[in-house]
Write a protein that binds this ligand. Structure first.
Ligand SMILES: Cc1ncc(COP(=O)(O)O)c(C=O)c1O
Length: 448
């Protein structure tokens, strides 16, 4: 890639979730993208192993999306989000609701997953308060969970690196369920591990500790994505559902990664057969091309706000964003859903699942590979860390992946992949082989 000297902007740009000092010395610049490939500024073609950041399952530069953006920019490029709406946003809400489990009927749009999570937490609390249960102020997240970087999402999140600098400024009253990962019980599991449903019983312990009357909601990713594809044990989500229902606690599924087909169904809720009270979504709804997120809630949750004692001309929920339901994002959302449906890509994701499983689990036995997990079009490989230097081995494999023509996703010493739904079986197999060569190369270098 082009060197520091050849680039402008490095003196001003502060990159998110990136080691900036390392980047300054090793800048990585993507110049263009088409289909399942990126092209770097020095002309290298890289397979998009994580669909952008889990958000571009339909690939890049899809003509229908380009056309929808152009048309919408010429028709209605912005409409105020408050007091007004527009046809394209209204009809996108219909389509999103129709894809969700039947009980979830109302859609509130945001611009990102982080905003979707904070919106869901506020709606959950407001719902209880409006029903006279204002003592339900507590939220339960899960260790290793990722729910974005807003104050709410950061607080219910369970990835230590995202929390440690901000400990004293977390929202109060949050507790966490234990994570469900146990190497000795579930190493190299394919799909859902059979061990671990009992870990959901920890929710009963938290309810006993805090009392149900203080708990508003439990929020989990049905499959944890950012902490490198942690798949829920068989029966675990069902148990969480039962316990939440028993104690009047809302269950929120954060489906920012799992929504819109990643697990071979519209949402993880359908793949796992468990219906939450609120779903958060983002990423895939617009194929990542224009930022958009949102929540889908049960009708009675919405109605609790509408039944407020305030007069009908009063705002029921003092919450929203200038760009909520942005018409450009809504137009792209329609195009993305047209493509998902028209090209049968959710079914295709399901069909590709065994191909990805085969390609990734073929790495078992490689020196340095300590675990492999997968579900839907998502998988991860854990690498043996270099003693005393956590994350360095992963970084080396990620770097070497570029030499192999792969844009991999690094999560500490784990490498995650979530290829586009438009990938061919051959591309997925080649991705696995390229990753094998990258791991071999790095392991041969030893622990330096
Ligand atoms: C499950 C989950 N929730 C929330 C977020 C935050 O989304 P955003 O980065 O759009 O704010 C992410 C991002 O990866 C996510 O995976």
């Amino acid at each position: 890639m082009n060197s520091r000297q050849q680039l402008t902007g490095l003196d001003h740009y502060w990159l998110p979730f990136t080691p900036n000092r390392y980047f300054q010395e090793h800048p990585k610049i993507l110049a263009s993208a088409r289909g399942a490939y990126y092209t770097t500024d020095d002309g290298r073609k890289l397979f998009d192993c994580l669909s952008g950041l889990w958000c571009c399952p339909l690939g890049h530069a899809h003509p229908k999306i380009v056309e929808a953006m152009t048309r919408q920019a010429q028709t209605l490029d912005y409409s105020p989000a408050f007091q007004f709406c527009n046809p394209i946003t209204l009809s996108l809400a219909d389509r999103v609701a129709a894809m969700a489990p039947a009980e979830l009927t109302r859609v509130f749009f945001t611009n990102s997953g982080s905003e979707a999570v904070d919106t869901a937490l506020k709606v959950a609390y407001g719902y209880h308060r409006l029903r006279g249960e204002a003592s339900r102020m507590r939220f339960i997240g899960r260790e290793r969970g990722y729910h974005g970087v807003g104050f709410g999402g950061m607080s219910v999140g369970g990835m230590v690196g995202n929390r440690k600098m901000f400990g004293p400024i977390m929202i109060p009253g949050v507790d966490h369920l234990p994570h469900t990962y146990n190497l000795s019980q579930m190493a190299f599991s394919k799909g859902q591990p059979t061990w671990g449903a009992h870990l959901a019983d920890e929710l009963e312990r938290l309810v006993a500790l805090h009392d149900a009357s203080t708990i508003a909601a439990v929020i989990v990713e049905p499959m944890q994505g950012s902490s490198a594809v942690v798949v829920p044990p068989v029966g675990y989500l069902q148990k969480l559902r039962e316990i939440c229902t028993k104690h009047g606690i809302l269950l929120i599924f954060d489906e920012v990664i799992t929504g819109f087909g990643r697990l071979g169904e519209n949402f993880g809720a359908q793949r796992f057969g468990v219906t939450p009270d609120i779903i958060t979504f983002a990423k895939g709804v617009t194929n990542g091309i224009i930022p958009m997120g949102g929540i889908i809630v049960r009708e009675d949750i919405y109605q609790a706000f509408m039944g407020a004692t305030a007069p009908a001309h009063a705002i029921e929920l003092f919450h929203g964003y200038t760009y909520s339901g942005h018409p450009m994002a809504a137009a792209v959302g329609h195009a993305a859903l047209d493509i998902l449906e028209g090209e049968g890509l959710i079914k295709r994701a399901r069909e590709l699942e065994p191909v990805l499983e085969g390609a990734m689990h073929a790495l078992k036995g490689e020196t340095g590979v300590v675990d492999i997990r997968n579900m839907g079009l998502a998988a991860a490989v854990d690498l043996d860390p270099i003693p005393g230097k956590p994350g360095l081995r992963g970084m080396k494999v990620f770097e070497r992946g570029i030499e192999e023509g792969l844009l991999l996703r690094l999560a500490g010493d784990s490498i995650a992949v979530g290829p586009p739904f438009i990938s061919t079986p051959d591309e997925i197999t080649k991705m696995g082989e390229g990753l094998r060569r990258a791991i071999k190369h790095v392991m041969q270098q030893g622990n330096a």
